[in-house]
Design a protein around this ligand. Structure first.
Ligand code: C2E
Ligand code: MG
Ligand code: MG
Length: 643
């Protein structure tokens, strides 16, 4: 029976190059094919002998050599009457393997001695009588005791005048089957190992590559919808870094199990690597069903995971693409679910997003900017301009803000708003930010050399830079290199960059990172103040030096009473906390006058000066008050439009 099981087993899928097991199998096969060939030769030799014997019509004088070849062949050979299919003769090997004597076996029907997988004697008989039968085939041989064993049979037809015979040469393939079964098992084990993730036991990306195309084809065939969910754990890296990889691994195992349990058996749950999982929902009826599945995952992950007795909370961002709506093949569906997942991250994590073509367009645009930004950094297309920050009472320049400029060879100036966010996402903000810092320190040293009045330079620092680079080390290195005091630098950070409870790659909180910068003597300014979310207690605790009121509040200060109230409140609050206030984006005299009345001490805007390159900036560094009458924004605007 074992042999039957083996025979009926289906061959394993082999999507990968042959491995050693397959090579071993190949050698065994070659050997066994050789054996089969021998059997065919023996059968043929015996056939010739039979022809000769019959042509002489003299059994008694049969050639002794041929008889011996028949008798002593290691293969079982038997001669059968083609019409009745009854045995006429059988060699010793066959008698042995069947347990019959020659006299017992002669006259027995082949259907009694052999059976094929159909188990129907008629089917076997039809097969043996098939005039086109040439190749060996596998059947079961039934011994006298009823034991079955797998044999490979070659059938040779002999036509002796009116008499038609069949010569059956059979050789035992039980060993071969056993070896094949072992190879199959080994192959299946290797196959399982290659297609499953060791940590979580879930199928892996190779499994997905082998099975998703089939699932898509099935959906196509049945005109069904299929959903690919791309799932990325939020801030898993932080858990890994701060709690250690062992804890991270345990969390991943628990998460994998929860996702698997949440899904239907027919759905695929795959670990792509790291903290990324793919769920494939087959036969989806509508988007509600997808929303519901994604919601179930979010819900399942919402309960804390207890690892080593401590609760860990993890959430996931999920992006979804649908077949056929969002893609026709695996690559497209995975790419689009990945895009949607990034959108989910952008929308504050712990949510899911369905892919939309707008996302793809944005992504394409972002990638184009990213590529040309890399070139820009390497080919010197980036520059730094400076804009004065002025003391409202004296009109003297008290600081300069450095502002990044990108002059694209064909597109001209690209505004920072268009590329800073891209640079942050791509991690490019770290080298770009370092470029700006280096330029600022170099320019401070240069201005000192040419005898300009020394004022601090404010440098914009993105949250990513704060978390991912070692800013204190960079600043120490640059300032020492150029003999400039770190006190000459002011770092402008946005509210979210400073106050959001985020931790950097070293597990250091933003608060600690800012604290280390302050220890160097660097001043800290909160940029675009009022647009984010700040708490007064933070401002107090962190000893912020400057607040820069965002341009959006200053713009309508004169006409909008609520803006006036907000700006007034910020200035009053800052005064109590001993923090200086800079009003951004002042373009008119009336705004300046209002700010003066509210008690604002510092200002920045086109009314005083626009951002300009380093050489032009020197004129602001004479120590003299700025002559504001030489700047008329209205006139400048008219000049710019050519009217
Ligand atoms: P920000 O730090 O708030 O910089 C002030 C922005 O307001 C600058 O825009 C400046 O040119 C503009 N501005 C100043 N006065 C006026 C005015 O009177 N009217 C108007 N309409 N605009 C005025 P810019 O240079 O386009 O920079 C935009 C933003 O890009 C900056 O806002 C900052 O967040 C970011 N950025 C610029 N340079 C860097 C940099 O080196 N690193 C990083 N991370 N971000 C930068
Ligand atoms: Mg700024
Ligand atoms: Mg600002």
């Amino acid at each position: 029976m074992g042999a039957q099981n083996v025979r009926s087993g289906t061959a394993p899928r082999m999507p990968y190059p042959p491995n050693s097991a397959v090579t071993d199998g190949g050698m065994v096969n070659q050997f066994l094919i050789g054996l089969a060939a021998l059997a065919v030769i023996a059968a043929a030799a015996f056939g010739i002998w039979w022809l000769r014997v019959h042509s002489r019509k003299d059994f008694g004088r049969a050639d002794a050599a041929h008889r011996a070849a028949f008798e002593q062949s290691p293969n079982s050979v038997l001669i059968v009457d083609a019409a009745s299919l009854k045995v006429i003769d059988a060699n010793a090997s066959l008698q042995r393997s069947l347990g019959y004597t020659l006299s017992e076996v002669c006259g027995v029907s082949v259907a009694q001695l052999f059976t094929d997988e159909s188990g129907e004697p008629e089917a076997l008989i039809r097969r043996l009588r098939d005039p086109n039968l040439r190749l060996p085939f596998e059947i079961c041989q039934r011994s006298k005791t009823g034991a079955l064993r797998s044999v490979e049979v070659t059938v040779q037809r002999l036509d002796l005048g009116k008499r038609h015979l069949l010569v059956l040469a059979a050789h035992d393939v039980t060993v071969r089957r056993k070896v094949e079964a072992q190879l199959l098992e080994k192959q299946q084990r290797l196959d399982h190992l290659a297609h499953h993730d060791q940590l979580t036991g879930l199928p892996n990306r190779l499994y997905l590559a082998a099975h998703l195309p089939g699932a898509i084809a099935e959906a196509k065939r049945t005109s069904a919808m299929l959903a690919v969910l791309f799932l990325d754990l939020d801030r898993f890296k932080h858990i890994n870094d701060s709690r250690g990889h062992e804890t991270g691994d345990k969390l991943l195992k628990a998460v994998a199990q929860r996702i698997r349990e949440t899904m239907r058996t027919e759905d695929m749950v795959v670990r792509m690597g790291g903290d990324e999982f793919i769920v494939v929902l087959k036969t989806v009826k509508n988007t509600d069903q997808v929303n519901e599945a994604a919601g179930r995952i979010t819900e399942a992950l919402s309960a804390p995971v207890i690892v080593d007795g401590r609760p860990l909370v993890t959430t996931a961002s999920i992006g979804v693409s649908l077949y056929p709506r969002d893609g026709s093949d695996m690559g497209e569906l995975l790419r689009h679910s990945d895009t949607a997942m990034y959108q989910a991250k952008d929308r504050g994590r712990n949510n899911f997003q369905l892919f939309s073509p707008i996302m793809a367009r944005r992504l394409k645009e972002r990638m184009a900017i990213e590529t040309s930004l890399r070139t820009a950094l390497q080919t010197g297309q980036l520059d730094v301009h400076y804009q004065p920050i002025v003391d409202i009472q004296t009109s003297r320049v008290v600081a300069l803000e450095s502002l990044l400029r990108w002059k694209h060879p064909s597109h001209g100036f690209v505004p920072p708003e268009r590329f800073v966010a891209v640079a942050e996402e791509a991690g490019l903000i770290v080298p770009i930010g370092e470029f700006v810092l280096a330029r600022a320190v170099e320019d401070i040293a240069r201005w000192r050399q040419v005898g300009c009045v020394q004022v601090p330079v404010a440098v914009n620092i993105s949250a990513v830079q704060l978390q991912r680079s070692n800013l204190p080390a960079t600043i120490t290195r640059l300032t020492q290199q150029h003999g400039v005091s770190p006190k000459m630098l002011q770092l402008e950070l946005t509210e979210s960059a400073v106050f959001e409870r985020r931790e950097g790659r070293t597990g250091e909180s933003n608060e600690d990172a800012v604290g280390r910068l302050r220890e160097l003597g660097v001043r800290i300014a909160i940029d675009d103040f009022g647009t984010g979310y700040s708490s007064l207690s933070y401002l107090k605790r962190w000893r912020v030096d400057y607040l820069k009121i965002d341009r959006s509040f200053v713009r309508d200060l004169v006409t909008d009473m609520s803006d006036l109230a907000i700006v007034g409140a910020i200035i009053a609050m800052a005064r109590h906390l001993n923090i200086q206030v800079v009003a951004e984006g002042i373009e008119g005299w009336q705004q300046l006058e209002k700010l003066r009345q509210l008690g604002c001490s510092l200002a920045q805007g086109y009314l005083f000066a626009k951002p300009v390159p380093e050489e032009q900036c020197r004129r602001y560094l004479s120590g003299e008050p700025l002559d504001l009458t030489e700047h008329d924004p209205l006139l400048e605007a008219l000049e710019a439009t050519g009217t």
